[in-house]
Design a protein around this ligand. Structure first.
Ligand code: PGA
Length: 248
């Protein structure tokens, strides 16, 4: 089935509110063939959420799963909803490796986001050792199964999976198209086993890891790749514009 492609910018801990306003001025696109979302920091988000052009949806990079309470430093889904957040990155490899997020915590976030009507973008990816040791399938399957525990197929309709090989993030080293396609097919087959073919065929599987204007057209033209998650190259409005308007 045809799935709408989506390109998501992950700004990470970059771009202050002021810088983001300048970014928006320079990102002056009115139309794209793909859906586009940006994930700014929380304070930046609060400064720009009501100034976004129609073509840009808002995403968040993280949240906590509890509704409110004594969780110093955390942010709730209701706080994100107030700003019109549509997408939520969950389980990004930097959250897993730097902040020690477990599959269990990630699963709690997926459940809470789903219940709140915010679309989870569940990130999975293998390390270089896992890829070279041929353990990537095992690793990715377990991240998917644990991340989606207790989520039933009816709740997965709008779910997005982001495949981001850890060794390709911020390294300038993009995975080969054939390898990405092989992984995406594998992920869809696991999803089919878990949720049934119909639901699995609706889930978008996007790729992230050193996406740039020079490789985005090739990636977006693949039937197996339903979109992109872009870090570094999304910080420059001109480069990001080239990515979302790649001819494919
Ligand atoms: P990158 O980051 O495009 O800078 O490799 C991607 C990501 O971490 O989502």
């Amino acid at each position: 089935m045809a799935r709408n492609k989506i390109v998501i910018a992950n700004w990470k801990m970059n771009l202050t509110g002021k810088e983001a306003l300048d970014w928006l001025k320079r990102f002056d696109l009115e139309q794209t063939k793909v859906e586009v979302a940006i994930c700014p920091s929380f304070t930046t988000m609060a400064q720009i959420y009501d100034r976004l052009p129609d073509i840009l949806a808002l995403g968040a990079q993280n949240c906590y799963y509890q509704p409110q309470g004594a969780y110093t430093g955390e942010i709730s889904l209701a706080m994100l909803q107030e700003l019109g957040v549509k997408y939520l990155l969950i389980g990004h490899s930097e959250r897993r490796s730097i902040f020690g997020e477990s599959d269990e915590l990630i699963n709690s976030k997926v459940q809470a986001a789903t219940a709140a009507g915010i679309i989870p973008v569940l990130c999975v990816g293998e390390t270089l050792t896992e890829r070279e040791g041929a353990q990537w399938q095992e690793r990715l399957e377990s991240q998917l199964r644990l991340g989606l525990q207790n989520i039933d197929s009816a709740q997965c309709d709008r779910l997005i999976i982001a495949y981001e090989p850890v060794w390709a993030i911020g390294t300038g080293r993009t995975a080969l198209l054939a390898d990405i396609e092989e992984v995406h097919k594998f992920l869809r087959s696991v999803l089919t086993g878990m949720l049934g073919g119909e639901v699995a065929s609706r889930i978008r599987i996007v790729y992230g890891g050193s996406v740039k204007p020079s490789n985005s057209a090739q990636l977006l033209s693949s039937e197996e790749i339903d979109g992109l998650l872009v870090g570094g190259a999304s910080l420059k409005p001109d480069e990001f514009k080239m990515i979302v308007t790649s001819n494919f």
